[in-house]
Design a protein around this ligand. Structure first.
Ligand SMILES: [Fe+2]
Ligand SMILES: [Fe+2]
Length: 223
């Protein structure tokens, strides 16, 4: 009797987790992202600032911001996939809290894309699904590896943001301010995952992660 009750409770937990994961996925990909902080430079720069950009500069800035938006969709998915499989409740909470903080980044990139008369990547559902699977897979290796995966992801994102900061049109102060704040946040995410026990990943895994990210960023630049 006890066993049947326990099996029922466990399948109930699993169903709850799956419903929660599906809800988070739909919100991340299809609902407008909610920011808990104002967009950086939102107050300092007049909204008409875009007019200082030439057409070529606007297109370049939009393509870069589309890549960053796709990256934030992928970040949501990684965290959600890792949270679904996390062993300890503390790790799950840390991951879901980080995902909520990341939703500021998503909202800021979304808004900046609109200001630049552009749109998010059409492949976002694909980036979400792929990243969710990768996140879940990383979490199967245990919580410390999963946290190590966050450390490595954020390290790579920091490098990627540095590259984008160098490629943004000189006069695009609004996009630059967003990327700079994101960079500061990502460094903090990496440090807290390391402090929570994240381990260094083997170099073939780091290599694979870098190449998967490269594939995504080059596709999202155009599509
Ligand atoms: Fe982010
Ligand atoms: Fe982050």
């Amino acid at each position: 009797m006890d066993l049947i009750m326990r099996a029922r409770m466990e399948s109930g937990h699993l169903l709850d987790s799956c419903i929660g994961a599906a809800d988070r996925a739909l919100r991340a990909v299809f609902a407008p992202a909610q920011a808990s902080r104002p967009a950086p430079a939102q107050a300092g720069e007049p909204p008409g600032e875009r007019s200082r950009l030439s057409e070529a500069e606007r297109r370049q800035a939009a393509a870069l911001m589309r890549v960053n938006h796709a990256g934030e969709i992928a970040a949501q998915a990684l965290y959600h996939g890792q949270a679904l499989v996390a062993r300890s409740e503390a790790t799950r909470e840390l991951l879901l809290k980080a995902a909520r903080e990341e939703s500021d980044h998503l909202a800021w990139c979304e808004r900046r894309l609109r200001e630049l008369d552009s749109r998010p990547s059409l492949l976002n559902p694909l980036w979400y699904a792929g990243s969710f699977a990768i996140g879940a897979l990383a979490a199967l290796m245990g919580d410390r590896t999963s946290l190590g995966f966050v450390v490595e992801t954020e390290r790579q994102v920091e490098g990627h943001l540095d590259e984008h900061l160098a490629r943004l049109p000189r006069d695009d102060a609004r996009s630059r301010a967003i990327l700079q704040t994101m960079r500061t946040d990502e460094i903090a995410h990496g440090l807290s995952a390391k402090a929570a026990g994240g381990v260094e990943l083997p170099s073939p895994v780091r290599f694979l992660m870098r190449n998967t990210a490269r594939l995504m960023t080059s596709a999202a630049y155009w599509i």
